[in-house]
Design a protein around this ligand. Structure first.
Ligand code: MG
Ligand code: ZN
Length: 218
């Protein structure tokens, strides 16, 4: 008889327990937190820069950046006005998990911040499975990736609380069909709040940052 050991389930439930601890810490400090997920190159770091340029004079923002290597993104966040920016190098792991975020939280005095932005590793698969303990999960899609991504990566689109669609300035040059894309999103995540934006033109970014700021106040 073959016996199967549910290793993946065990890893995920241990991660969930730690995510709850992270949440309790973030919550008790009165900080609102988001987990930004996207494929590589969708514009997570650009969105963070644009967000900081609109919010850094009103809110105290900490950024935690997950990447396989380098501190390039944390450096960009610091340059854009984050009051703290911490780089997590995952050493090859293609997602952040709750232990990694715990390590970053250990380096932050959360009482000094209003908003915590976590930039996950660029990947549309496993980041959806690893809860970190943040309040909201946000997916950043971008038009050059194609309009079929909700159909191909349902796990990612299903679980998020908000969707940013970046690079809408490129729509005239692409075969991206917004209605086809949105039908796919709607089937997986009905009514999810969606922000079409362009980091190049600035279009839509105020609506996105207002949503963040309103959540901070709550
Ligand atoms: Mg980045
Ligand atoms: Zn992974």
């Amino acid at each position: 008889m073959t016996q199967r050991i549910p290793i993946v389930e065990n890893i995920l439930s241990a991660n969930d327990r730690l995510a709850e601890e992270n949440r309790a810490r973030i919550e008790s400090a009165g900080v609102f937190s988001v987990n930004l997920m996207a494929s590589p190159g969708a514009g997570k770091t650009s969105i963070i820069e644009q967000t900081l340029s609109r919010l850094a004079d009103k809110l105290r923002v900490a950024v935690v950046d997950g990447d396989i290597a380098t501190s390039l993104d944390a450096d960009r966040a610091a340059a854009a006005g984050a009051q703290a920016s911490i780089q997590i190098n995952t050493g090859g792991e293609c997602h952040l998990d709750a232990v990694m975020l715990q390590g970053a939280l250990n380096q932050l005095d959360l009482s000094k911040f209003d908003l915590l932005i976590v930039e996950n590793v660029g990947n549309l698969v496993c980041p959806a499975d690893f809860r970190l303990g943040t309040h909201k999960s946000v997916l950043i899609a971008s038009t050059p990736e194609g309009d079929d991504k909700p159909y191909k990566y349902p796990g990612m689109y299903r679980g998020v609380d908000a969707l940013v669609v970046n690079k809408i300035d490129l729509l005239p040059y692409l075969d991206f069909k917004m209605d086809y894309f949105q039908r796919g999103v709607e089937a997986l995540n009905p009514g999810v709040v969606t922000f079409p934006v362009s980091c190049r033109t600035g279009e839509g970014l105020d609506a996105w940052t207002n949503w963040l700021a309103q959540n901070v106040k709550r």
